[in-house]
Ligand binder design. Structure first.
Ligand code: ATP
Ligand code: MG
Length: 447
C-alpha cells in the first residue's frame, strides 16, 4: 500500500517484508566489529540501529563490503552523546562519524528526502529544519536510489527489513530504481552512472524500465558537478570492474557525455584499434586491482583520453603544426575540454600529459637521449603505456623490445652497446659528409 508521502511526485509502494535470520545469509561474522559495536550501543540506548545500503547488499551476494553504514532514529546529537570517538560532519545534512582508528562508521539519521536535488530544504544560516530532513525508516528507504541499496539489517533480531522489494531484486541480481526512473534520474543524473557501475561491480542486470530512460537522459549528466563525476570515474574504473563499466557506459549511451572527445574519436576509428587498446588497458587495470597492485588515476586518464589525444594531434598535424608543438597543444586542448565534464585535478592531468608526450621519445637511440628517458620519473608509466599501444598497432614492437631490454641492462653495458650501434651506423655512412654531431663535439671551449 502506498504510504502518504508529499515530497515525491511519484510515490513508490512501501510495504514491509521482514526476512528472518534463517532465510538470509548476512552473518555477524562478516560485519566489521566496529559497526557491530555501534549497532549494539544504539540498541542498548533504546534507539533503532540498522546496517544499511551497500554493505547489506554486498553481504547478500557474498561480497566483502568496503565500508559499513548505519542508519538510526537517533539524531546526530544523540549519537554524539553515545560515542566519545564521534564527530559530526556535513552542513546541509548532519552525519555522525564514529571513528575507530582507520575505520569510520557513518551513522545517518533516517531522513525523508534525496540528498542530491538542489533542495529548498535548507533554511537560513545553513541550519536545517529538522522535520524537513529527518524521517521514518520508510521514508529513508524510498529516498535511496536502487532497491538493492535500501535493505536494513536489524541488530534487534538479525532480520533484513525490506520496504521496496530489494531482497528479491538482489536474489535475482537486478538493479531497479525505486520509484519512477525518469523522475529519479532527473533528481540526480549521477544515478545513471551508479546503475552502470553497480551492475558492473555486482554482475547484475539493469532492469528494463530502469535502463530505458538512460540513453535519452544521458545529456543531463553534463550538468552534474565535475568533481563528483571525477570521483565516480575513479569508482567506475579503478575498483576492479573497469571493462564491464566501460561496456555498460557504451551500451547505454553515456560515453559521449562522460568522455565526449574520446567517444567521438572511438566512433571514427574504423579499424577499432583504439577501442582494442582501451579495453586491453582496462583489462590490465582490473588485473592489477585483483592482484592488489597500485593503480593510478593519471595512467587511467591517459588511457581513457588517448583516443581524444590521437585525434586532436592528427587534426593539428594536418594543419602543418610542427610535431612537438602539435603534441603539446593536443595534450592541453584535450585536458581543458575534458574539464568541462570531469574535473581531473592537476596533480593527475600533468603526469597524464607526460605519459602522452613521452611516447614520441621512444624512437630515439642516441646514448644521451636513451639515458635521459630511462631516468625520467614518468618513464615506467610511459613505457607501460607504449606496451599497451602494441595492442593497437604492431609497429611499436621494436621499440617495446628495445626499451624492455634497456631497462634490464646495467648502465655500462647499455652504453657500450649504444656506442657500438652508432659506430656500425657510421661505417655504413662513411661516404657521407661529416655530420653535425661530430663537428659540434670538437667545438673549442672558448666558442
Ligand atoms: P559502493 O560503496 O559499493 O560504491 P554503495 O551503494 O554503498 O556502493 P555509497 O555511495 O557508499 O554507495 O552510498 C551508500 C548508500 O547511500 C547507497 O547504498 C544508497 O542507499 C544511498 N545513496 C548513495 N548515493 C545515492 C544517490 N545518488 N541517490 C540516492 N541514494 C543514494
Ligand atoms: Mg558504500
Amino acid at each position: 500500500m502506498p504510504a502518504d508521502h508529499h515530497t515525491e511526485n511519484s510515490t513508490p509502494a512501501v510495504s514491509l517484508r521482514t526476512v528472518p535470520r534463517d532465510q538470509h545469509c548476512v552473518s555477524r561474522k562478516e560485519i566489521s566489529s566496529n559497526a557491530l559495536r555501534v549497532l549494539y550501543r544504539l540498541r542498548d540506548a533504546g534507539f533503532a540501529g540498522y546496517l544499511v545500503g551497500g554493505a547489506v547488499r554486498d553481504l547478500l551476494v557474498g561480497g566483502h563490503p568496503k565500508d559499513f553504514d548505519v542508519a538510526t532514529d537517533a539524531t546526530p546529537e544523540q549519537v554524539k552523546q553515545l560515542f566519545r570517538n564521534c564527530r559530526l560532519i556535513g552542513r546541509r545534512f548532519r552525519l555522525a562519524h564514529v571513528v575507530f582508528g582507520r575505520e569510520i562508521i557513518e551513522v545517518a539519521t533516517f531522513r525523508a528526502n534525496s540528498d542530491d536535488g538542489s533542495g529548498d530544504r535548507e533554511v537560513d544560516g545553513g541550519r536545517l529544519v529538522r522535520d524537513n530532513v529527518y524521517g521514518t525508516i520508510e521514508e529513508d528507504a524510498i529516498r535511496r536510489d536502487f532497491t538493492a541499496n535500501a535493505l536494513y539489517y536489524s541488530i534487534e533480531d538479525f532480520s533484513v527489513r525490506d520496504y521496496v522489494g530489494g531482497f528479491d531484486d538482489v536474489r535475482n541480481r537486478v538493479m531497479r530504481l525505486i520509484g519512477d526512473p525518469e523522475t529519479r534520474y532527473r533528481e540526480d543524473p549521477v544515478r545513471m552512472l551508479r546503475a552502470i557501475r553497480l551492475a558492473a561491480k555486482l554482475g547484475f542486470e539493469i532492469e528494463p524500465a530502469t535502463a530505458a530512460p538512460i540513453r535519452t537522459l544521458a545529456p543531463l549528466l553534463a550538468e552534474s558537478a565535475p568533481a563528483r563525476l571525477f570521483e565516480e570515474c575513479l569508482k567506475l574504473f579503478l575498483s576492479g570492474h573497469a571493462v564491464e563499466s566501460f561496456l555498460g557506459l557504451e551500451r547505454h549511451g553515456l560515453l559521449p557525455v562522460l568522455l565526449p572527445e574520446s567517444a567521438a574519436a572511438l566512433a571514427s576509428n574504423r579499424s577499432g584499434a583504439l577501442r582494442r587498446m582501451l579495453l586491453e588497458g582496462l583489462r590490465n587495470t582490473d588485473q592489477r586491482v585483483a592482484n592488489e597492485e597500485p593503480v593510478s588515476p593519471a595512467f587511467l586518464f591517459a588511457l581513457l583520453l588517448w583516443p581524444a589525444y590521437c585525434r586532436t594531434l592528427a587534426q593539428l598535424q594536418a594543419q602543418q603544426v610542427h610535431a612537438a608543438e602539435a603534441q603539446r597543444r593536443a595534450a592541453d586542448r584535450v585536458t581543458v575540454h575534458q574539464l568541462d565534464t570531469v574535473a581531473l585535478p592537476r596533480r593527475f592531468s600533468q603526469p597524464m600529459q607526460e605519459i602522452w608526450l613521452l611516447q614520441s621519445r621512444f624512437g630515439g637511440r642516441q646514448r644521451k637521449r636513451v639515458f635521459r628517458l630511462l631516468a625520467h620519473p614518468r618513464f615506467r608509466a610511459a613505457f607501460d603505456f607504449l606496451s599497451l599501444r602494441l595492442t593497437a598497432s604492431p609497429e611499436h614492437a621494436d621499440d617495446v623490445a628495445f626499451w624492455r631490454e634497456a631497462q634490464a641492462k646495467p648502465g655500462d653495458v647499455l652504453a657500450a652497446q649504444l656506442e657500438a650501434a652508432r659506430h656500425a651506423e657510421d661505417d655504413i655512412e662513411t661516404a657521407s659528409p661529416p655530420r653535425r654531431r661530430r663537428r659540434r663535439r670538437r667545438k673549442p671551449v672558448s666558442g
